[in-house]
Structures are given as structure tokens and as C-alpha cells.
Write a protein that binds this ligand. Structure first.
Ligand SMILES: [Zn+2]
Length: 242
């Protein structure tokens, strides 16, 4: 039984390694700055070529510990069967209302993997419904201030890039915790995730490096959004370049 506490950021992924891949640096940075964050994995990732749900849950919890997050919940929706239906929307509405985050992170809407596309749509539905008074649940209505979309195997033009250079070792360690996915031990199948110069790991590291170079640092994570980014204090934007 996972105890869900209130958090500043709720990061949602389709599979147990999605959040680390697209937003592991941002989450580690928020934790380092004294904020709190939790993760929801919509599925246990049981359709992956390598690893079973128990192994993947252990790896996910290890990655959560490395990033310093208090909790991580798996909703148990079938892998390759993420449907945008009432049942699944309500599962997520409950977690949003219970954890009351300021910010939600979820996969970008254009993706190679259909589960990531459906995860994005499901989050948007739940985000909206979480704020509706007439949708009843055990928790009071609540809608977070915003959603930022992180990139997995596809990326759009980022609307903001966060310098994650100082926490890059944490992101890499959190990814490496997913041994069944990114490791190459004997007995594992070669996959897009673990093999070759175009593997997901190579893609992620080169993209983080590229986004970093766009803002003059070593590593950056890019995010986009579908609403304007609200800036209460414009002075904070002057701190970007040192
Ligand atoms: Zn995934």
C-alpha cells in the first residue's frame, strides 16, 4: 500500500522508466531545491521485452530512492491497453486530488509508442475532471496550476529548458537502476532501449546535451506546454544566464 502525501510536483508516466527518461533531471533538481514530488506509473510495464512486473517495480522504487522522492504509485492499468475511459480517468483523478500538486508532468502528445500518446490524453482528461465539483470522489476537487509535457522518443520545440547539469549524475543513476530495460546482461534480448548507437539511452543523452547547449550549459531537459507559462515574478527570468 503506497501512502500518498501532498507534493509540489506529480510526475506521470505510462511505464516505470518514462518519468526518469524525460524528467529525471527536473525532478532531482526540484528535490535538491527543497520541493516534494511523487510519481505515478500508469502500468507495471509488463509488456516490455525484458523484465517482469516484480523486477520492474523494484527497479522503479530504487530509481525513486535515488532521486529522493517520498512515494511512487503504480495504477496497474494494462500495458498496451491504456484506454481513456471513466475508470482510468477516475483512478488518476483520485491521485491528483489526494496529492494536490502545483505542477503535473506527463509525456508529450507526439510519440512513437502509442501508450505514451494515450497516457498524455488520459492525464489531460483527469487533470480537467479533478477540478470539477460534480465529479465526486473521496477527495475534494482540485486542479493543479499547470501541466508540462516531457519528451521521450520524440521531441517538439521546447518552450523551456532547465539546466540539469548539477543533477545529471542523479538522472543517470536513476536510469541505470532500470537494469532490465537499459542493462545488457546475458539472457536479455537486444532492444531499442539497450542496444546500438541509436538506442533510447543514446538519444536521451544526446538530446539532453543538445538542449543544454541551446542554453549554454552541459545538460538540459526540455519541456513544452499547451497554455501560456504564467510568470508571477519576472525578475526570476533574469537569473537564467549567469
Ligand atoms: Zn514508456
Amino acid at each position: 500500500m503506497v501512502i500518498i502525501s501532498k507534493v509540489d510536483i506529480l510526475a506521470i508516466g505510462a511505464h516505470p522508466d518514462d518519468v526518469e527518461t524525460g524528467a529525471g533531471g527536473l525532478l532531482s533538481k526540484f528535490i535538491k531545491l527543497g520541493f516534494t514530488a511523487g510519481i505515478v506509473d500508469l502500468t507495471a510495464g509488463e509488456m516490455a521485452t525484458n523484465g517482469n512486473p516484480a523486477e520492474r517495480r523494484r527497479e522503479a522504487l530504487r530509481a525513486t530512492e535515488i532521486m529522493g522522492l517520498p512515494w511512487r504509485k503504480c495504477l496497474g492499468i494494462p500495458d498496451r491497453g491504456i484506454q481513456v475511459n471513466r475508470h482510468n480517468i477516475m483512478l488518476l483523478v483520485q491521485v491528483i486530488r489526494e496529492s494536490r500538486p502545483k505542477l503535473i508532468l506527463c509525456p508529450y502528445w507526439e510519440e512513437r509508442h502509442p501508450d505514451h500518446v494515450n497516457a498524455c490524453q488520459l492525464v489531460k482528461e483527469a487533470y480537467f475532471d479533478a477540478g470539477l465539483r460534480k465529479i465526486e470522489s473521496n477527495w475534494a476537487p482540485f486542479r493543479p496550476q499547470q501541466i508540462w509535457y516531457y519528451f521521450l522518443s520524440r521531441a517538439g520545440e521546447p518552450k523551456l529548458i532547465v539546466d540539469i547539469t548539477d543533477v545529471y549524475n542523479i538522472k543517470k543513476a536513476a536510469l541505470a537502476a532500470h537494469v532490465t530495460q537499459f542493462g545488457r546482461q546475458t539472457g536479455r534480448w537486444d532492444t531499442f532501449l539497450n542496444t546500438g548507437p541509436g538506442s533510447l539511452m543514446a538519444l536521451v543523452e544526446s538530446r539532453d546535451r543538445y538542449f543544454g547547449s541551446l542554453i549554454g550549459c552541459m545538460y538540459g531537459e526540455g519541456f513544452t506546454m499547451d497554455t501560456p507559462l504564467a510568470i508571477k515574478n519576472p525578475v526570476t527570468l533574469l537569473e537564467v544566464k549567469e
